[in-house]
Write a protein that binds this ligand. Structure first.
Ligand code: SAH
Ligand code: SF4
Ligand code: F3S
Length: 480
């Protein structure tokens, strides 16, 4: 099995909210509360879950801290998507051993997808761990913590068909106060053969749309100006209503409901599975100016033969047809990004070239690219052989990344000379004299701050770019 560092962050210099990157909890005001330190790995859904965990534990006498040395309880919210994501957590646990020796009273819990995958084996493999909690068992945390404090080890990895944590208001950790994530569904019913998520997150279930609209409305009232609706496959969102009060709410309906809260609240969503994104969703995007024209549409491969082995349920031509439809309804400006996997089982040079040529066809704005990492007990691990050598996976990955970089630059160059509406997220990482924020297509834009501030919408004329960032200056009016 290869240990390839598969996540390469190449493009968004200003955007570090990425997969496999740990994020830690913030300092909550608290004088007499017990201190909790949470570190999150993996995708935005895991980060969103950490905010639910912080909320549950706040009700039970804990306040988050960013200082691990003062915490009584340390929680690692883990990811299992690739082997290196798990290795990162194991390294982190090893790192904590000396601290645990010094402060025996500190309790260490692992949450999330790796906890769900390994279950009680986690306790055997990593002696430092006191508690293992799967993604659907967070309401049980207070009980589990009590058990641990009584000197026992505690485990709850029960996966639910109903849990959506709809009634829990997340505590926004590490927030810029302008953009926030809202989980609209949990789990995944697709069976992509390479993927561990259906086993770590369980069956797909959608959250009550009214609780979603309420959360988005409250965020807007608190000054937030952008929400991203999150799910592994948002386009299959479906809420059946209660007692026939309501017809089924689809994702297109939900998008419209959230977009109608206020025209100044931007709405984004992720991730779209190509098989599920409908014309209704595309038309809802077109109808509402505040639904951002950006779609994350992972292809995974450009080869129909590989897509079949991956069980993605579409082929190359079908995917291209979907791209054509997006361009037809939303225009060529609509941002599109991809996920690609290189070196999946049996992938030939020809298959790899199909991936490169699909990229040439689409010209994605951005991409997340990975070398295939076999995950235990997935259909691919059971039925196929992980037969592509690490060097080949990596070489193909490098080629895919190089192509993406060219396309990102090309797409960014299209933005030059135009005025873009930017939602300011804060200062640029490089200079306190510059602000940064995104345009509709999710591209990061940097410009001199003048008198603007976080949360403002600013019209920026883009004058230059790199493959990662657009650069410009504020102008009075939108040019046509
Ligand atoms: N639900 C999303 C993806 C979630 S996982 C979707 O269907 O698109 C994020 C990305 O990780 C996937 O799109 C895929 O590109 C990558 N990934 C998942 N399993 C992987 C594996 N075993 N090896 C390498 N990359 C993987
Ligand atoms: Fe994994 Fe496929 Fe579900 Fe995405 S849609 S989470 S890749 S099984
Ligand atoms: Fe990782 Fe689980 Fe997300 S495996 S990518 S944290 S759903």
């Amino acid at each position: 099995m290869s240990l390839i560092t598969s996540r390469l962050e190449i493009l968004k210099e200003e955007d570090k909210k990425d997969l496999d990157v740990a994020r830690v909890s913030v300092d909550e005001e608290s004088s007499n509360k017990r201190k909790l330190y949470i570190e999150s790995y993996g995708c935005q859904m895991n980060f969103a879950d950490s905010e639910i965990v912080a909320s549950i534990l706040r009700e039970n006498g804990f306040a988050t801290t960013s200082k691990i040395e003062e915490a009584e309880l340390i929680l690692l919210n883990t990811c299992a998507i690739r082997e290196n994501a798990e290795q990162k957590v194991r390294n982190r646990l090893q790192h904590l051993v000396p601290m645990k020796k010094k402060r025996q009273q500190v309790k260490i819990g692992v949450l999330g997808c790796m906890a769900e995958r390994l279950k009680t084996k986690f306790l055997e493999e990593e002696k430092i761990v006191d508690m293992v909690v799967g993604p659907d068992a967070y309401r049980d945390l207070p009980n589990l913590i009590n058990e641990v404090e009584d000197g026992q080890k505690a485990v709850n990895v029960f996966l639910s068909r109903e849990e959506t944590y709809a009634d829990i208001t997340p505590i926004r950790l590490d927030s810029n106060g302008v953009t926030a994530f809202i989980s609209i569904m949990r789990g995944c019913d697709n069976m992509c053969s390479f993927c561990v998520v259906p086993y770590t997150r369980g069956r797909e279930r959608s959250r009550d749309p009214f609780s979603i609209v309420k959360e988005a409305t409250e965020l807007f009232e608190q000054g937030y100006r952008e929400v991203t609706l999150l799910g592994q496959n948002v386009d299959s969102y479906k809420w059946k209503g209660v007692n026939g009060e309501l017809n089924t709410t689809t994702f297109a309906n939900l998008l419209e409901m959230v977009a109608s809260i206020n025209p100044d609240l931007r709405v984004r969503f992720s991730t779209s599975h190509p098989k599920d994104i409908t014309d209704d969703v595309l038309y809802a995007m077109k109808k509402h100016e505040n639904v951002c024209k950006y779609i994350h549409l992972p292809a995974q491969s450009g080869s129909s033969r590989i897509l079949d082995l991956m069980n993605r349920t579409y082929d190359r031509e079908w995917y291209m047809g979907k791209i054509d439809r997006i361009r037809e309804i939303l225009g060529v400006e609509c941002g599109i990004s991809q996920d690609m996997i290189t070196g999946f089982c049996t992938e030939t040079e020809e298959d790899h070239h199909d991936t490169l040529s699909l990229m040439d066809y689409v010209k994605y704005d951005y991409g997340y690219m990975f070398a295939y990492s076999e995950r235990p007990n997935t259909p691919a691990a059971k039925k196929l052989t992980d037969d592509i050598p690490a060097e080949v996976k990596n070489r193909r990955l490098t080629e895919v990344i190089a192509k993406q970089q060219l396309h990102s630059l090309e797409r960014n160059q299209m933005a030059i000379g135009k005025v873009h509406k930017i939602l300011v997220e804060g200062f640029s990482k490089r200079s306190a004299e510059h602000l940064c924020g995104r345009n509709d297509q999710n591209k990061m834009v940097v410009f001199p701050k003048e008198n603007f501030k976080k949360g403002d919408y600013v019209n920026v004329l883009v004058t230059e770019c790199t493959a990662a960032t657009l650069i410009g200056k504020a102008v009075e009016e939108v040019l046509v």
